[in-house]
Design a protein around this ligand. Structure first.
Ligand code: ATP
Length: 407
């Protein structure tokens, strides 16, 4: 069977993955076998999300009714029902529902009644608490088919430590990254000298290591020194896979969805108050505004080097009328030129303007020239892919260390 759970946490605490890890242990205690523990991230632009729009699914061998009863009991015991925005969903199915529901949940918006319809058709056992919204994520998790997958080991805190400052040895995290990158990523952000894998929210997670497979995340995990941890769970995930990205065209993209879009830079980027960098690209008569926000740090230096006529592919979510950049491909660099008055050949002196549209004239000998001197402006920017640093990376964004996108 597949057990799906979502929407159990609040900004004040809990985490659906922790609840899933506790559930896995109780099911094992009841004699059941866990084939896989899966963590899926869904549309990152869903406004109801608490943090990273995560949902979990466990692939379990055992009695469905018993497992459903245990799952509901754990949700009732651990979910933060006090928060208005916590609306847990629990789902148990014997066969995977249509994966199209997962695809929609990761790329688009779903309705609660769509999830319920699918669950009814699949003969699922399900319980939607309060407004039942958690059934969307829980159904998406059990419906998910992952074409690309990565691993994350989540190390949770002992319950008595929850809410207190986390103790994780900083140097051991940098050492773990150094020893295992690019097979693991986003443990730390070396360029910005920041630890990325330790949350600051009051949830049960101590730290998480992301990587290509369970072996690599374990190598890194074993190097990390910290306060005495509680339980640990390795998850199969869709993180770092670009599962949220759709192919889009300027003029045809929808608010709240995430895209890759090709276009031509219209004007040089400008930096607005707060250090955010914006520019516009176009295709035909349509244009699209793109943003590299201040938290994307050094990535903005790449964006600032764009000039009109550069051809780019921008990747990110379309929110409030602009693409929020996660990465960019410089497809083709324009060759900008600067023009200045030509030099008078006999006098070897620079000429001066002879009036608008009238060319240039040498002040000394009076000779005329029609064409200015054109000079190619050299570019340091090179074609290729560029991405935001680990501190600014979204859970679903595929890091370039996993290979360049093939679009
Ligand atoms: P948690 O750890 O509890 O899962 P979170 O940050 O992942 O925290 P949730 O609290 O789960 O966020 O809130 C997200 C809510 O949005 C859930 O109720 C989920 O079912 C719902 N949801 C997820 N994806 C979509 C979608 N594509 N369309 C509509 N609702 C969605």
């Amino acid at each position: 069977m597949l057990i799906g759970i979502d929407d159990t946490d609040s900004p004040q605490g809990m985490c659906t993955t922790y609840l899933g890890a506790v559930l896995a242990r109780r099911l094992i205690h009841e004699g059941m076998r866990i084939h896989e523990a899966r963590l899926v991230r869904l549309n990152p632009n869903v406004t109801f999300k608490t943090r990273g729009n995560a949902a979990i699914a466990l692939d379990v061998a055992g009695d469905s009714d018993h497992a459903f009863a245990i799952a509901c009991a754990i949700v009732e015991e651990l979910a933060d029902f006090s928060c208005e925005n916590t609306n847990p969903g629990v789902v148990v199915v014997d066969t995977r529902p249509d994966p199209a529901f997962y695809t929609k949940a990761v790329t688009d918006f779903c309705r609660i009644d769509e999830a319920i319809e699918l669950l009814r058709a699949a003969g699922a056992l399900y319980h939607g608490y309060k407004n039942k919204r958690g059934l969307i994520g829980a159904t998406a998790a059990v419906a998910s088919v992952l074409e690309d997958r990565t691993s994350e080991i989540l190390v949770y805190r002992q319950t008595e430590h929850w809410g207190t400052p986390r103790e994780v040895d900083r140097q051991s995290l940098f050492d773990a990254e150094k020893a295992t990158f690019p097979h693991t990523w986003d443990t730390v952000d070396t360029a910005n000298d920041v630890v990325v894998c330790v949350p600051h929210t009051p949830d049960p997670v101590l730290f998480g290591i992301r990587g290509e497979n369970p072996s690599w995340v374990m190598v890194a995990r074993q190097m990390v020194q910290s306060e005495k941890p509680g339980i640990e769970q390795i998850w199969v995930t869709n993180q770092g896979t670009d599962a949220h990205i759709l192919a889009g065209r300027i003029g045809e993209i929808l608010e709240g969805l995430s895209y890759r879009v090709q276009g031509v830079v219209v004007e040089a980027p400008s930096t607005t108050k707060g250090g955010h960098v914006s520019f516009t690209i176009s295709e035909g008569d349509h244009s699209l505004w793109c943003m590299a926000y201040e938290p994307t740090k050094n990535f903005r230096q790449i964006v600032r080097q764009l000039v009109p006529d550069d051809v780019v592919i921008v990747v990110g979510s379309f929110k409030k009328g602009s693409i929020n950049l996660e990465k960019i491909k410089i497809v083709e660099l324009a060759t900008p030129v600067s023009s200045r008055p030509p030099i008078c050949p006999p006098c070897n002196k620079r000429m001066t303007s002879d009036g608008t549209g009238k060319g240039w004239k040498c002040k000394k000998c009076g000779i005329h020239a029609k064409e200015p001197e054109l000079q190619k402006i050299s570019r340091t920017l090179k074609p290729g892919w560029f991405e935001v640093p680990p501190t600014a990376r979204r859970h679903l964004a595929k890091p370039l260390c996993r290979g360049e996108p093939d679009f």
